[in-house]
Ligand binder design. Structure first.
Ligand code: GDP
Ligand code: ZN
Length: 295
């Protein structure tokens, strides 16, 4: 029995790359008689198969690590959340919202701050320092100067990665930087299947080396909060976590409760006021949504 990863699914066929083997893909399908249904197989799945007349017959799906909904893909090891220093320059609220969305996926997160070529060293230090203080790993990049390229590549090593973030920050440009054949390949694929330029393509994984893949479709690019309960919001602020335990009440949402560890940390300057205010801002929005929906 052979094992491989599904990198593309089109019209009942699955393109599977044998594990550890460089840059070959096998066209596979699911036989009707088998218990396995084609609908249950996702891009990103690791499958077992055997060869028959030059094609692969899929026999099973190896247990999944996780499933991301947008793009619909299995076994994602890393979410790269991209912001730009400039064009568009993010504000605290936007950053907070994207961070919460990313945290919600429960996938390990890496922040990439792109377009360093457009700002000063001081500005680079300010934003990257702040986000590191929130507890995130940060890589600063520029597609123009190639800054951060090797650091980014090594962060993706051995992983299946999805890029996400607001539009215009340079997600496509970064993908092209780390995988130069990327654009060509996806272009060739959409031509082959005869789809219009503006039709949404199925997600595809692109192999950047023997054991690393990136998805050619970005994760969330817009902010949409689907049903976060107000009291759960704090879970998506990793930098608040160590102070949660100090709060007098277990269900403290760090708003008006007495003896709140997070509010104390803000008073002491360990959590920045800006960060806390972004939390309050989002909390208000989520409480409003929650009221409208569940009233
Ligand atoms: P996406 O919407 O996140 O995929 O963003 P794109 O990759 O389409 O990039 C948006 C614009 O930013 C394009 O005009 C890119 O050429 C430009 N861009 C991307 N990365 C950089 C960078 O590092 N520096 C500069 N100056 N421009 C960049
Ligand atoms: Zn509290």
């Amino acid at each position: 029995m052979l094992t491989g990863r599904v990198i593309r699914a089109i019209g009942g066929f699955f393109y599977v790359e044998p594990l550890g083997e460089a840059f070959t893909s096998v066209e596979c399908f699911v036989r009707g008689k088998m218990k396995l249904s084609a609908e249950t197989i996702l891009v990103g799945d690791q499958v077992t198969y055997f060869m028959e007349n030059g094609k692969g017959v899929i026999t099973g799906i190896i247990e999944r690590l996780n499933v991301l909904k947008r793009p619909y893909i299995a076994n994602v090891n890393l979410l790269v959340l991209v912001f730009a220093f400039q064009n568009p320059k993010p504000n605290e609220i936007l950053i907070t919202k994207f961070l919460v969305l990313a945290e919600q996926s429960r996938i390990p997160l890496l922040l990439v701050l792109n377009k360093t070529d457009l700002v000063s060293e001081a500005e680079i230090g300010q934003l990257s320092g702040k986000l590191r203080q929130y507890g995130y790993q940060v890589i600063c990049t520029s597609v123009v100067t190639n800054q951060g390229k090797s650091e980014l590549l090594s962060a993706l090593n051995g992983k299946v990665t999805v890029f996400a973030g607001p539009s215009g920050v340079g997600k496509s440009a970064l993908l092209n930087m780390i995988a130069p054949g990327f654009k060509l390949q996806t272009g060739a694929v959409s031509q082959k299947i005869g789809r219009g330029k503006h039709t949404t393509r199925e997600v595809q994984l692109y192999r950047i080396n023997a054991n690393s893949y990136v998805a050619d479709t970005p994760g969330f690019t817009q902010i949409a909060f689907e049903g976060i309960a107000p009291e759960k919001l704090k879970e998506f602020f990793p930098d608040f976590r160590e102070y949660n335990s100090i709060c007098r009440f277990k269900g403290c949402i760090h708003l008006a409760e007495p003896d709140c560890g997070v509010k104390q940390a803000v008073e002491n300057g360990v959590i920045s006021r800006q960060r806390y205010e972004a939390y309050l801002n989002l909390l208000a929005e989520i409480r409003q949504n929650w009221k409208n929906r569940y009233r």
